[in-house]
Design a protein around this ligand. Structure first.
Ligand code: PMP
Length: 418
């Protein structure tokens, strides 16, 4: 079995017919060596923490870059009050919880965090349950709620954690944001499956565009289904008061399940599920990840609680973020670069071709700009792009320097729209 290393993606190594696990690991190791030798990004190590300017290194070389690779949208990983709260959490309760929630790992900080995030969404204290990551919040919730008589009806652009959560149930995907296709599936599923759960993102992680939530909610109602929205890239950024994509639709108290993360806007770690108290209790006591996996550390919980407060206490971070998003997007569009349909802090420059995108990523790095070239399987094969996350920590000079780099690269790679 020959794998062409110049065109291979990690998907090609998941399963190779006739090769056992060691043989697959062997050939994958050769692929990594090939990538290294050819100057592709292999493993960049962050030596400074999240910031708009990061010291990033490959082995012995460390250089300073303007960074667009973290989802620390409001800059809260470095906020003195968030750091202080996390340190206080460690001082009071130590570094780890050292147990799963059901056998002693549920501390007062976890309880306070669940009440805090529930009330952030206007819900009562028992309408939230937290997990160790956003990934687990999605996958665990779907795994326990849906069984083989049920169906998950998912937008094809949802996060990998949703796909993983549906492995043991029936799953049907609909083309991204396509309401007719969704309605068709709902119609066909109505009498065929027990629970019908539509799963969408609020903000989609690769295009930064948002879901037509009101229309989807209406369809869900019409066909007796339920709705789950993962809003990890919307919360803290969108909505009149930063409650996310759902806030301005007026459906915050109507969507059946909202999931999210503490690792992006809230600058910490952990995931959450917001739902009615019967569902949250079911998830809390039934999901395997709650029963068999440890809780987030007390310091992380304490830091997150402070970060949630800061959304209301210091809304100027959100305003600064939006100033940056609008300025940067306009600058890219003035260069005729294609930022697609983004309405959020995720700003792609769509290129299409995989190799041109890789070259563009490399040339940006050479000019001191750290971005993520994204390609299949994260997006479809002909839809490669440079993906950037704008944050409130970026200064105008960072954005200008990046725009200048794109202008220069465009002269060589011709990535602008014709
Ligand atoms: N959902 C979406 C849409 C995401 O982009 C991510 C993070 N990449 C997650 C869920 C998982 O969140 P976490 O990193 O906290 O596990």
């Amino acid at each position: 079995m020959n794998i062409n290393f110049t065109t291979a993606t990690f998907k090609d190594f998941e399963n190779i017919p006739g090769m056992d696990m060691m043989e697959r690991a062997d050939i994958y190791y050769d692929f990594l060596e090939y990538m290294k030798k050819n100057g592709h990004r292999y493993r960049l190590q962050n030596n400074t923490g999240c910031s708009s300017v990061m010291k990033v290194g490959t082995e012995n070389v460390t250089k300073e870059f303007i960074s667009f690779v973290t989802s620390d949208y409001l800059g809260f990983t470095q906020h003195p009050k968030v750091k202080e709260a996390a340190i206080e959490g460690v001082r009071k309760f130590g570094t780890g919880s050292a147990a799963t929630p059901l056998i002693g790992g549920y501390y007062s900080y976890h309880n306070d965090l669940e009440s805090k995030i529930a009330s952030f969404f206007g819900r009562s204290a028992d309408e939230a349950v937290t997990f160790t990551t956003g990934y687990t919040a999605n996958s665990a919730t779907l795994q326990i709620l849906l069984q083989k008589e049920d169906i998950a009806i998912i937008d094809m652009a949802v996060h990998a954690s949703v796909y993983e959560g549906c492995l043991l149930t029936n799953r049907k995907t609909f083309p991204h944001n396509n309401l007719e296709a969704l309605e068709q599936i709902l119609k066909l599923s109505k009498n065929q499956f027990r629970t019908k759960l539509v799963v969408i993102d609020g903000v989609y992680s690769q295009d930064g565009d948002i879901a037509p939530i009101e229309e989807i909610y209406k369809l869900v109602q019409k066909y007796g289904a339920y709705l789950m929205i993962d809003d990890v890239h919307g919360v803290g950024i969108l909505g009149k008061t930063g409650r996310g994509t759902i806030e301005d639709t007026g459906l915050l108290d109507k969507v059946d399940i909202i999931t999210g993360t503490f690792s992006k806007t809230f600058g910490n770690l952990g995931g959450y599920v917001i739902a009615n108290k019967k569902l949250t209790n079911f998830i809390r006591f039934q999901s395997r990840q709650q029963i068999f996996s440890a809780t987030i550390t007390p310091g992380t919980a304490a830091g997150t609680i402070k970060a949630i407060d800061l959304i209301d206490e210091e809304p100027h971070w959100r305003l600064k973020l939006w100033e940056n998003i609008n300025y940067f997007k306009k600058g890219l569009n003035d260069l005729k670069l294609d930022t697609g349909t983004t309405c959020s802090a995720v700003v792609p420059v769509k290129i299409g071709d995989l190799h041109v995108t890789m070259d563009c990523g490399k040339m940006l790095l050479e000019r001191g700009i750290y971005t993520n070239p994204i390609m299949y399987p994260a997006v479809s094969r002909k839809d490669a792009r440079i993906r950037m996350s704008v944050t409130a920590a970026h200064e105008k000079e960072h954005l200008d320097q990046t725009l200048n780099a794109f202008e220069d690269i465009n002269k060589k790679l011709h990535i602008a729209k014709k």
